[in-house]
Design a protein around this ligand. Structure first.
Ligand code: SAH
Ligand code: SF4
Length: 371
């Protein structure tokens, strides 16, 4: 069943679309910039706070748009490195947005980053075997406004943490489109949302600090390469051969490595930036040293960075992470081969930080409560 919110979110409007809508309804087009400034510079919570707009315009806005398309439900904190926001949409669907203040342990180096991870769909249609988001299929796409609003919620949470200094989105190092959903399966809304996040009249966040992660929808990767936005790309590889990848990622049957890798290369050449290959380490599935060597060859060939992620256990799924020694051995093969590699020290296990887990648990609890 596809449900869409009753009123569109104003956070899904671009400067152009809002100007056009205003003029079509007899309001001055220049008001668009003022409205967007209230939304993104002041982050107001009510239409009435937009004090330089006329009352009829505010009334029209309130009747036309939703101002808060997501409602904050709860946040879970883990060792002060990961905070997970559970947000409810107008149709009661739940999504997750994650703030990660985690040091990343590279092989031989360490760096610390503040990252926001946003969702693009309710559920996911891709059905990867290790992923909580895909367990119950796709419920619906998020609208551009729902995607953008997750960042407003993050700023509000930060404001509450540091009441005196207003939190700016720019204080974050990165935004990663790696939450629930396959972003390239909701292409138009995602591009529109990222345009708003990036624009000076929007959230003004640099495109080079935004990374979109995909399970590998080849035609869309090619389309993304043509966009003016200039965001970074990460590929959820998780298998260095078709045989292994196919076992855990059904999408590989449609877009096998011989199609995926050339598309990634093209993207990389076009953007002049390293692409990241994400590789979840799952015990006895893809953690052999043979996979490590093949991954090393792929990464070298693409001149890509590799991010190794010990898999999170997901309730109801059989997968386990390899031992630390095994993880390090795997990483060593890449490092020795001259590949830029990071081994993610897993954070947030205690708060169900694996993609989609918190939402799944909350939905199960809600269902149980309704019985
Ligand atoms: N659909 C996109 C982006 C969202 S998934 C994609 O697949 O790239 C974001 C990341 O979370 C992906 O790299 C995914 O593989 C990872 N992930 C999913 N389940 C996981 C688990 N159980 N443990 C660790 N990472 C997981
Ligand atoms: Fe979807 Fe990504 Fe999860 Fe695969 S890993 S099911 S593509 S969200």
């Amino acid at each position: 069943m596809k449900l869409t919110p009753a009123r569109p979110s104003i956070h899904g409007e671009t400067l152009d679309s809002l100007t056009a809508l205003l003029t079509a309804h007899g309001h001055p087009g220049f008001r668009a910039r003022q409205i967007l400034a209230w939304l993104y510079k002041k982050r107001v919570r009510s239409w009435d706070e937009m004090t330089n707009l006329s009352r009829p315009l505010r009334t029209w806005l309130a009747a036309t748009f939703a101002l808060d398309p997501t409602i904050f439900v709860l946040t879970k904190q883990s060792e002060d490195v990961t905070a997970k926001l559970l947000l409810e949409l107008e149709d009661k669907a739940l999504i997750e947005t994650v703030i990660i203040r985690a040091p990343q342990l590279g092989v031989g180096r360490e760096n610390s980053r503040k990252t926001i991870c946003i969702s693009t769909q309710v559920g996911c249609a891709m059905g990867c075997k290790f992923c909580a988001s895909g367990l119950e299929g796709l419920k619906r796409n998020l609208t551009a406004g729902e995607i953008v609003h997750q960042l407003i919620q993050v700023c509000r949470l930060e404001d509450a943490r540091t009441p005196r200094a207003r939190a700016e989105l720019a204080s974050f190092d990165n935004i990663v489109v790696m939450g629930m959903g396959e972003p390239l399966h909701n292409y138009d809304a995602v591009i529109r949302a990222l345009t708003i996040v990036n624009a000076g009249w929007g959230l003004g966040f640099g495109a080079r600090r935004i990374t979109l992660s995909t399970s590998g929808l080849v035609p869309r990767i090619r389309q993304l390469a043509e966009e003016k936005l200039g965001i970074r790309l990460a590929i959820s590889l998780h298998g260095a051969t078709d045989e292994i990848r196919e076992q855990i990622m059904p999408v590989n049957r449609k877009y096998p490595l011989k199609e995926l890798l050339p598309a990634v290369r093209e993207f990389s050449l076009k953007h002049g930036r390293m692409v990241t290959l994400e590789f979840i380490l799952i015990e006895e599935v893809n953690d052999s040293l043979d996979q490590a060597r093949k991954l090393r060859d792929i990464a070298r060939d693409l001149h890509a960075h590799v991010n190794l992620i010990p898999c999170n256990t997901v309730e109801g799924l059989p997968w386990k992470r390899p031992s630390l020694t095994r993880q390090e051995k795997f990483a060593r093969v890449l490092d020795d081969g001259g590949v830029s590699v990071t081994l993610r020290r897993e954070k947030g296990h205690a708060i169900d930080a694996a993609c989609g887990q918190l939402r799944l648990k909350t939905e199960k609890a809600r269902e149980a409560a309704a019985l």
